[in-house]
Write a protein that binds this ligand. Structure first.
Ligand code: S3P
Length: 170
């Protein structure tokens, strides 16, 4: 049976790291949606934001997701905002299993402080600004993320075996 798993969740939740490991273990292909968008558009994500704004980026993201939805036997790590625009979440739920990774906010803050300058939405924010931004933004995004078929909350060191065990239980 064809398989497709989408990993969703906030920036810094570990979608790409887990996606790569999960794909390897399940012998599936791995696609990082942001990398796919960059290759299809011949530009980096920060350049797309700078040239077309968030609105332009969300259109590129929607188009990329629609293309990927037709592929099979893969694990997809989506960008943090992908489930929250257009009918993207419905498309993912229709075409695969969706897993929401939701670590504690302190973990997101620690990880994002180290890599914030690669991410246009949080570039240059101080710890306090970042914490406030994540809290507010997560409140808006949670209703979308919570449509996932599997939700993994508050795990500090999520391992592939944890994910596989939870998937099997479903
Ligand atoms: C975004 C998350 C990023 C990237 C873009 C916007 C968001 O992906 O798609 O910068 O809106 O949360 P990661 O979640 O992989 O950082």
């Amino acid at each position: 049976m064809p398989v497709k798993i989408y990993l969703i969740g906030y920036m810094g939740c570990g979608k790409s790291t887990m996606g790569r490991k999960l794909a390897q273990r399940l012998n599936l292909c791995f696609i990082d949606l942001d990398k796919y968008i960059e290759e299809r558009n011949f530009r980096t994500i920060p350049t797309i934001f700078a040239e077309e704004g968030e609105e332009g980026f969300r259109l590129c993201e929607k188009k990329a997701l629609e293309e990927i939805a037709d592929f099979e036997n893969l694990v997809v790590a989506t960008g943090g905002g992908a489930p929250c625009f257009f009918e993207n979440m419905e498309l993912m739920n229709r075409t695969g299993a969706t897993i929401y990774i939701a670590p504690p906010t302190e973990i997101l803050v620690e990880r994002l402080l180290k890599s914030k300058n690669e991410r246009p939405l949080i570039k240059g924010k101080s710890r306090e600004e970042l914490t406030r931004f994540i809290d507010e933004n997560l409140q808006k995004r949670a209703p979308f993320y919570e449509k996932a078929s599997l939700i993994i909350r508050d795990k500090r060191n999520l391992e592939v075996d944890d994910v596989l065990r939870l998937l099997e239980k479903q």
